[in-house]
Design a protein around this ligand. Structure first.
Ligand code: FMN
Length: 222
């Protein structure tokens, strides 16, 4: 974690750089940057991350200081350097797309993200931003809600010592049945929902003052 300006890691879990997911991630990154964060954008596809499992990255449960592949250690170093982690991704079959799932599987590994005495992840915050094609009132959207609140927020974040985690879904991401101005308005609403969720990660004046009092010079970036 940084000892000067806070760092945000925005993780793009989509294979297309021109996707709505990438556009939402860009908005989130800009808002975090304007709010005083140094932003590290991790575009998994653009950086060529390989989500496939391999023998080098099988969890080494008994080793308190395990050595995995270089790629995994490069990625977990970026996670460790972040104060807040914001994965942005499309909901695929009520779960994570393979690209992001593979990143969690390989990088959020035993001894470096969980199961370690030193608690490397403690004190971080997390915001999962999910884009869902179904409208919020579709009966199956409860599976998306359950997935965000269970496996993501508790099963991954809290399990890895990040209990200060939230998850937000942006529904009807394909704007079914909408066109023209209605479609534009719908997308503006989705962007606004994402920005409102990100807002909660922006340090308040009171927080900045308390950091300043503790000798942490984050007030420069406000
Ligand atoms: C393989 C696949 C599975 C999908 N599964 C779901 C799903 O379970 N629930 C849902 O609401 N939308 C689902 N969708 C729709 C996507 O969530 C939606 O297309 C995406 O969020 C739109 O954002 P994008 O333009 O950035 O891809 C699925 C789409 C694909 C391609």
């Amino acid at each position: 974690m940084s000892d000067s300006e806070p760092t945000a890691l925005v993780v793009i879990g989509h294979h297309r750089s021109d996707s709505l997911t990438a556009a939402v991630a860009e908005r989130a990154a800009k808002r975090l940057s304007a709010g005083g964060y140094r932003v590290d954008v991790l575009d998994l596809q653009a950086e060529g991350f390989d989500p496939r499992g391999n023998t080098a990255d099988e969890p080494d449960y008994r080793n308190p200081d395990p050595r995995y592949s270089d790629e995994v250690h490069r990625h977990i170093a970026r996670v460790h350097a972040a104060d807040v982690i914001v994965p942005v991704f499309p909901v695929w079959w009520y779960g994570l797309p393979a690209l992001l799932k593979g990143w969690i599987d390989r990088v959020w590994n035993s001894g470096i993200a969980y199961g370690r005495e030193s608690k490397r992840m403690a004190g971080k915050r997390m915001l999962w931003i999910a884009l869902a094609g179904l409208p919020e009132d579709h009966p199956n959207s409860r599976f998306t809600r359950e997935f965000l609140d269970g496996p993501l927020r508790v099963g991954i974040s809290a399990y890895c010592d990040v209990p200060d985690a939230a998850a937000v879904a942006l529904y009807d991401a394909e704007a079914h049945g909408l066109s023209g101005a209605d479609r534009d308005r719908h997308y503006r609403e989705l962007f606004a929902q994402a920005e409102a969720a990100v807002e909660a990660l922006i340090p308040t004046r009171a927080h900045l003052f308390s950091c300043f009092s503790e000798g942490v010079d984050v007030i420069r970036s406000f």
